[in-house]
Design a protein around this ligand. Structure first.
Ligand code: DAH
Length: 339
């Protein structure tokens, strides 16, 4: 029987050399040491042996079985290594291959203008303020010295949510929010969306954007307002830009003015963009009305301030030569990616 065991071992050693796959290996294991494997059958037939021979053959069979199991395990590891090696060789990655191009978006022209204006004012020491688009009439009108019968509050012009909550019609509401929360010196600009009940056409949209500015401190004068707006116009629209003030009325400033800039397309000679006038209307502004300061708990005998507000669409349209405001809101990527 010893010989039989030795032969089984020899046969196994020969077969395992030929093994190429894990499946073949598993089959061989079953063939030799499985429940009905060759070696197992030897163990089962030990009944025929004499009591002296039994332990000798028993331990021999166990030894050989351990050996076979070890060799199977080794072979298994070897096959795994080979497999990995093969994959490493065939699945290599070419890091120099050009990647698929990711389509990049671009900033909307409105956002571009806002960013540019922010840069200019940040450079002059301003902070950027924010306020809600759904706003109390208290902030949009009452505190801004705009009485209940003022035409700006007309139901025809303003989107009312309740009697005293609206979609803000101007970013000037942020002036009040700022002054109620912060004592002078104040230097802020506030960009944001505003809403008016306008019918859509080439120059109107029920939603558009404004940038508000507010400065409150001791000894602030109209000269500061002029100097600031002159600087802003030159930085944003070109060094040669001139500004002019025209008297106007706003309830929350006194005196109030509208400001025009020399046409930055023709330089003032007259062209299509400025409608042959040489000037383009840019913004409203003025010295903060003493009542407004008082409303916010700021003493107008000690402090004074200026404020201004302008439409972003108008600047974007003039700057980029866009002749229809609707293009800015239709969001056709083919149009927007030009800027
Ligand atoms: N709120 C005005 C508008 O919507 C613009 C404006 C005018 C803002 C004068 C101001 C200002 O801060 O002082 O037309």
């Amino acid at each position: 029987m010893k010989e039989e065991v030795a032969n089984i071992k020899k046969e196994f050693l020969k077969e395992i050399k030929e093994v190429k796959t894990e499946q073949q290996l598993a089959d061989i294991k079953v063939k030799y040491v499985g429940k009905k494997g060759k070696l197992t059958l030897v163990l089962r037939s030990m009944g025929k042996l004499s009591p002296e021979e039994r332990p000798v053959i028993g331990s021999l069979v166990n030894e050989v079985r351990d050996e076979i199991e070890n060799l199977v395990e080794e072979k298994k590891q070897e096959l795994k290594r080979e497999e990995l090696q093969k994959r490493l060789q065939t699945e290599d990655i070419d890091v120099t291959e050009p990647s698929k191009k990711i389509k990049r978006g671009s900033l909307h022209p409105i956002k571009q203008v806002i960013k540019e204006v922010e840069e200019v004012f940040l450079g002059m020491g301003y902070e950027i303020a924010d306020g809600p688009e759904i706003e109390k009439t208290y902030y949009v009108f009452d505190q801004l010295n705009t009485p209940i019968d003022h035409p700006a509050r007309d139901l025809q012009d303003t989107f009312y949510i309740t009697d005293d909550v609206i979609l803000r019609t101007q970013t000037s509401s942020v002036q009040i929010r700022t002054m109620e929360n912060k004592k002078p010196p104040i230097k802020i600009i506030c960009p944001g969306a505003v809403y008016r009940s306008d019918t859509v056409d080439a120059t109107h949209s029920p939603v558009f954007h404004q940038i508000e500015g507010l400065v409150v401190d001791k000894n602030i004068s109209m000269a500061d307002l002029k100097g600031t707006l002159d600087m802003f116009a030159k930085k944003c629209l070109g060094e040669k830009t001139q500004i002019r003030f025209r008297p106007h009325h706003f309830p929350y400033t006194e005196p109030s003015a509208e400001v025009d800039v020399s046409c930055f397309v023709c330089g003032g000679k007259g062209c299509r963009v400025c409608k042959q006038e040489g000037w383009i209307e840019l913004l409203g502004c003025g010295m903060v009305h003493p009542k407004v300061l008082q409303n916010c708990g700021i003493d107008p005998k000690i402090y004074s301030g200026f404020a201004f507000g302008f439409g972003v669409e108008r600047i974007a349209m003039a700057k980029y030569g866009i002749d229809d405001m609707r293009l800015l809101f239709e969001n056709d990527a083919r149009f927007l990616k030009q800027f």
